[in-house]
Design a protein around this ligand. Structure first.
Ligand code: ADP
Ligand code: MG
Length: 683
């Protein structure tokens, strides 16, 4: 497959590939969609500005008419499980059998089987049109299950629940929470005599600026002509009257200038005139509690108008790193009618417990009577905590740190096999590559090391970039944009980009350093295979030192391979990927002997890894003893100096250039090559 095809799609260029991206819905893996419809024409993402009435989806059964038995069948087929957590817990307390508990608490609500049915759920015309203009026709499983639940507020029979959703990476969770939210805000405008007093009524929290900006971009497309506004938190933004904003924090400053119009003057200060505010927890905490850094116990300024709080990547937001900030925002939302929803591909039972407890404490402190409390539902799509079955995984033992560098270089040189020393006949991996390291320093070192490996005819060092949180916001945005446009082919990063960000065309995720947690593996791998795309590969290097931590990752890979359907297995071959997932010997897939051979990691080692990463890869500290310093120095990336590498590359480039004929470029200025990606040439 031409690697540049997917890139040209994100560059807004005419796509040459008409293949449906949703023939396989992410978690259904090779299943036909909801009602057995597998017609690619029904699911194909099409050009913008198509009339909503042109929807050729042949899902003809109006959702509202489905019987409970039909809903059960659909949920079973799409691997959707919805339970009422309060009912489930009450049943557990009565010590009934687990199966009976689960059955009693299952919810069989009407699914949204096609976006053309949004109108039946009373979704306004403009929003419905925006969805179809974005060429979304067939809802993914998570959208099918959760959009109707969150739209419940419109009907008399049931109220909007609090919701916890666990659905695979790239399965469309953003749309699942944005559509009902925009509808809810738009409805609230209508009920205020046609002249709504615009104020922030919803907050979406996400762990990184990159994700915040992506959610706002998606949201803006859906808000067109609905009268609803969505804005990213920025430096100096005034959230409420009397609020004196500070410019201390690193909040978003890459938003469009248009937002400046969103400010209205009030008697005290210009208050941001928006409906939905998207922010990282810290940016918002700085705004509602300026001295929070000094004293976390200071109560934040209340935000009584917030009716909806959404936590995207909820398990990270409720993890100790962000927990205090997230809970501070949550507690500032004092409206008794607040609804909260939490979304991630991985939500462990500890985070679920924390959410349940926080909601219950809130109900008590706000003196909300038991009968008036909103239900708390949990939706799980597919298997919990597994990687997408459409992604191929390779676990590669490199023994040492320098072995990784060799492995990495072999990945970039398609003429060589990297799975073993021998040449193999499989098709090489294609960029774009997203490469993860444990720390910022290591990301930077790997970048320095690989930067001059790219010969000038392939675009030189402009094809490779490094992105981490120490870079200024505008540099981060421009790197993100260039990677999306296909100008950058290899992006080296840290876990900053492991969550939520949607680069549609990423073909290969490389764990240059193993992730700190199993959930981390699921999320990093999930940067490929987005929206049901096939052929994504996740390559993980591991050394002697990592062996003790690898079992968890190997288990995830084994579970993902087990859940593959025959069509997933052939996908790699059909798409020209270098893997045949059906043959673990070739793919580096997990074989039973490896699972048995790998040691189990102790709880304390797991905790230590989660908090600090693999020890030898941590930064050198002044108080490290000599032995530790030596170990850390040994694990450093890179051997040659930048100068030596640049010289070597220059010579190699000159030789290749004269051999190939003058001026032959693999890609044009915009990165839209009309030649196939040939790697960086053989060294
Ligand atoms: P998640 O949050 O579950 O990881 P995203 O919301 O980022 O996934 O969506 C992943 C990709 O899937 C995005 O590029 C989005 O445009 C696309 N997508 C979402 N829903 C649909 C749909 N119903 N049909 C086609 N593409 C979709
Ligand atoms: Mg997401």
């Amino acid at each position: 497959m031409d690697a540049l095809r997917l890139l040209s799609r994100s560059a807004g260029l005419k796509s040459r590939s008409a293949k449906s991206s949703l023939q396989n819905l992410p978690s259904a893996s090779g299943h036909s969609t909801n009602d057995g419809n597998s017609d690619p024409a029904a699911t194909r993402k099409r050009k913008r500005h198509v009339d909503a009435t042109e929807d050729t989806s042949n899902v003809v059964v109006p959702s509202a008419t489905l019987s409970e038995e039909d809903v059960r069948q659909i949920q079973k087929k799409q691997k959707i499980k919805i339970v009422d957590l309060n009912r489930f817990r009450a049943a557990s307390a009565n010590s009934e059998s687990r199966k009976a508990q689960k059955e009693q608490s299952r919810i069989f609500s009407q699914p949204l089987t096609s976006f053309s049915h949004l109108r039946q759920f009373n979704v306004n015309k403009a929003l419905t049109r925006n969805v179809s203009d974005q060429a979304y026709f067939q809802p993914t499983e998570v959208q099918m299950a959760t959009i109707p639940l969150l739209l419940r507020g419109s009907s008399e029979e049931a109220s909007e629940p609090d919701l916890l959703t666990i659905a695979p990476t790239g399965s469309g969770k953003t749309l699942a929470f944005l559509i009902p939210l925009i509808e809810k805000v738009s409805r609230s405008h209508k009920t205020s005599d046609g002249h709504p007093e615009r104020h922030i009524s919803a907050i979406i929290l996400a762990p990184t600026k990159e994700l915040v900006s992506q959610i706002v971009t998606e949201g803006r497309k859906l808000c067109l002509k609905t009268g609803v506004r969505i804005t990213a938190m920025r430096k100096g933004m005034t959230l409420f009257e009397g609020h004196a904003p500070t410019n201390e924090d690193g909040t978003e400053d890459d938003e469009s200038e248009k937002d400046d119009e969103d400010q209205i003057s009030t008697t005290s200060a210009p208050v941001t005139k928006t409906d939905i505010l998207v922010s990282t927890p810290l940016s918002l905490v700085h705004a509602i509690c300026p001295s929070w850094e000094e004293d976390e116990s200071i109560a934040p300024h209340p935000l009584p108008n917030i009716e909806t709080l959404i936590l995207d990547e909820a398990d990270v937001l409720l993890d100790p790193i962000f927990r205090a900030q997230t809970l501070a925002v949550w507690s500032a939302c004092t409206s008794p009618s607040l609804r909260i929803s939490m979304w991630s591909a991985t939500i462990g039972s500890n985070v679920e417990e924390l959410a349940v407890q926080t909601i219950s404490r809130r109900h008590k402190s706000l003196k909300i009577r038991r009968s008036q409390r909103t239900p708390l539902l949990r939706t799980i799509i597919g298997l919990k905590d597994t990687s997408l079955p459409t992604i191929s995984h390779r676990l590669i033992f490199t023994a040492t740190e320098s072995g990784k560098l060799l492995g990495m270089r072999q990945l970039l040189h398609p003429s060589r096999s990297f799975t073993s020393g021998k040449e193999d006949t499989t098709v090489p991996l294609r960029p774009p590559f997203l490469v993860f390291t444990q720390t910022i320093e290591r990301a930077q070192s790997l970048y320095n090391e690989l930067r001059y490996d790219i010969p000038a005819p392939a675009g030189g060092s402009s094809r490779i970039a490094v992105l981490h949180s120490s870079l200024p916001t505008h540099t981060r945005s421009s790197i993100m944009q260039n990677f999306r446009l296909g100008k950058i082919w290899i992006l080296i990063t840290t876990d900053l980009l492991s969550r939520g960000v949607d680069f549609r065309g990423v073909n290969v995720v490389v764990n240059y350093d193993i992730p700190n947690t199993v959930a981390g593996y699921v999320h990093r791998a999930g940067r490929t295979g987005r929206a049901g795309r096939e052929g994504g590969v996740c390559v993980s290097f591991y050394t002697k030192e990592d062996i003790q931590y690898v079992k968890g990752i190997a288990n995830v890979i084994a579970a993902s391979e087990k859940s593959q359907t025959p069509s997933d297995r052939t996908a790699g071959v059909v798409k020209g990927n270098s893997t045949t997932a059906s043959d673990p010997a070739k793919t580096g897939g997990i074989q039973p002997w490896l699972l048995h051979a790998l040691p189990s990691v102790s709880k304390s080692a797991r905790k230590n890894l989660k908090l600090h990463g693999v020890e030898s890869r941590r930064a050198v500290h002044a108080d490290d003893d000599e032995k530790t310093k030596r170990m850390k120095r040994k694990a450093r990336i890179g051997t040659q100096s930048g100068f030596e590498r640049r010289e070597m590359n220059r010579k190699r480039g000159a030789i290749e250039h004269s051999l190939q004929g003058k001026g032959k470029e693999l890609v044009d200025e915009d990165g839209n090559g009309n030649e196939e990606w040939e790697g960086f040439g053989s060294a």
